[in-house]
Design a binder for this molecule. Structure first.
Ligand code: FES
Length: 100
């Protein structure tokens, strides 16, 4: 469903990171949400009430359907964070506890 434009595919450097512990690759400057989609991950969380799958939708910080755990911190908006080398991205199931 999602694929990169050919000119973008070759114009940027690769960034290695993990998705649920699996090695993955993105392009420098990708948001985490874009990197997930580029790696075939279309559902990055489930809702706390029904357990329905959700994935990045607006890609601009409005819908909150892109919530993931990044380097151990939950409820991060994947579309608002750039992927970085060595970053550990985890999909979320249900709700996350609020850190105090
Ligand atoms: S995709 Fe909508 S807030 Fe991130």
């Amino acid at each position: 469903m999602f694929r990169r434009l050919p000119e973008i595919e070759t114009a940027t450097q690769a960034v290695s990171f993990t998705i649920d512990g699996r090695p993955a690759s993105a392009r420098a400057g990708d948001s985490v949400a874009a990197a997930l989609l580029a790696n075939g991950v279309t559902a990055c969380r489930t809702t706390p009430v029904s357990g329905a799958a959700r994935g990045p939708y607006c890609m601009m910080g409005v819908c909150f359907d892109c919530l993931v755990t990044i380097d151990g911190t939950g409820n991060r908006q994947g579309c608002q964070v750039r992927v970085a080398p060595g970053m550990a991205v985890e999909t979320q199931n249900g709700k996350r506890e609020v850190e105090r």
